[in-house]
Design a protein around this ligand. Structure first.
Ligand code: AMP
Length: 212
């Protein structure tokens, strides 16, 4: 049960991963979330990552590989995991292979740039890690997290100019991974739907087809 969720920023990787881990009972590893936490704590990794994240670029491979390696080799991940937002470059995918980690399937959630730009303007997040959308996934009470009640905010890197840069980064650096995993027979493509639960149904169907 070692899965990778790929897709452009805002495709719903994190939200879908959250739903699948509930069923599978394995941890979700979001490098974006780990980096944002490091930034908040002001750790050395956080200080290194901030400039890249805020400009919509990728954090250098060696920084991200280091964070992931420690966690993947820990006891928490013995039964499996879902990687959400990692790998994002061929070098990261090669580093993952060299860690001796055997991936069962790679799910690519596909959404056009035009739809991504429309979606990102409605994304709201909580510091606890939960993510919402004003139109597609609203919280029960406006502006408040369902899980912890804290106020929801717009992520700094969801500003329109940064989203355009993040999409460009995705096409240039991450999209080549589709071919990398397709050649290994691991790639499953899922078309991202307007409604979260419709995408979840397709994700579950795709995972059932590979026996996960
Ligand atoms: P995300 O929450 O997955 O959209 O990630 C937010 C930002 O964190 C990205 O735009 C990157 O700057 C950085 N980031 C997250 N994961 C990675 C990764 N695997 N490699 C490099 N940078 C990353």
């Amino acid at each position: 049960m070692k899965l990778i969720f790929l897709g452009p920023p805002g495709a719903g990787k994190g939200t879908q991963a959250e739903r699948v881990i509930e069923r599978l009972g394995v941890p979700q590893i979001s490098t974006g979330e780990l980096l944002r936490r490091a930034m908040k704590e002001g750790s050395e990794t956080g200080v290194k990552a901030r400039g890249y994240i805020e400009s919509g670029a990728l954090v250098p491979d060696e920084v991200v590989n280091g964070i992931v390696r420690d966690y993947l080799l820990s006891d928490d991940c013995r039964r499996g995991f879902i990687l959400d937002g990692f790998p994002r470059t061929i070098a990261q995918a090669e580093a993952l292979e060299s860690m001796g980690v055997h991936i069962d399937a790679v799910l690519s959630i596909e959404v056009s740039d035009e739809k991504i730009i429309r979606r990102m303007s409605g994304r709201r997040v909580c510091e606890c890690g939960m993510s919402y959308h004003t139109e597609y996934l609203p919280p029960k009470e406006e502006g408040k997290c369902d899980k912890c009640g804290k106020p929801l905010v717009i992520r700094n890197d969801d500003a329109a100019e940064t989203v355009a840069k993040r999409l460009e980064t995705y096409h240039r650096q991450t999209e080549p991974l589709l071919d990398f995993y397709d050649r290994r027979g691991l790639l499953i493509r899922v078309e991202g739907q307007e409604k979260v639960e419709d995408t979840t149904a397709l994700v579950e169907k795709a995972l059932a087809a590979v026996g996960k």
